[in-house]
Design a protein around this ligand. Structure first.
Ligand code: SF4
Ligand code: SF4
Length: 126
């Protein structure tokens, strides 16, 4: 697969090696959504719409876990925002199953820094 450029916060931590503790670098979710992220984003490639940057922690967080109401309101079509309250418990259950929160990094992408004039980019190659 060809290398791809992903746009990432300059203060995000570097991606750890596969199997090391997840540090919220965001590379996996910026590269492509997980199954839950595909539902929430309405796409199979590119950055997940549910991903959130936590400036105070300088880490990315899964919005399905950290800000589920906000994520649902964004994902639901206009006029169906009221469904967010009903779907909240379902989202939490799904997120807990799909997200390896607190576990090792399960992303095998190789990451290299971007060019000097695009220092907020890191290239990823699966
Ligand atoms: S699973 Fe890995 S690539 Fe994804 S955010 Fe955690 S450390 Fe980064
Ligand atoms: S873990 Fe969360 S932010 Fe990452 S792709 Fe899945 S739904 Fe999106």
């Amino acid at each position: 697969m060809l290398p791809r450029i992903i746009h990432i916060q300059p203060l995000a931590p570097s991606k750890p090696d596969f199997g090391q503790p997840c540090n919220g670098c965001g590379v996996c979710c910026l590269h492509e959504p997980c199954p839950l992220g595909m539902l929430l984003s309405g796409k199979r490639r590119g950055a997940c719409a549910a991903l959130r940057w936590e400036a105070s922690l300088a880490q990315y967080r899964c919005g399905a876990m950290a800000q589920p109401r906000d994520v649902l309101r964004t994902a639901l079509p206009k006029g169906l925002g009221w469904l967010a309250l009903l779907l909240l418990p379902v989202l939490r259950r799904l997120a807990g199953r799909w997200i390896a929160a607190g576990q090792g990094c399960d992303c095998s992408l190789e990451v290299s820094p971007g060019q000097p004039d695009t220092r907020s980019d890191r290239q990823s190659e699966p």
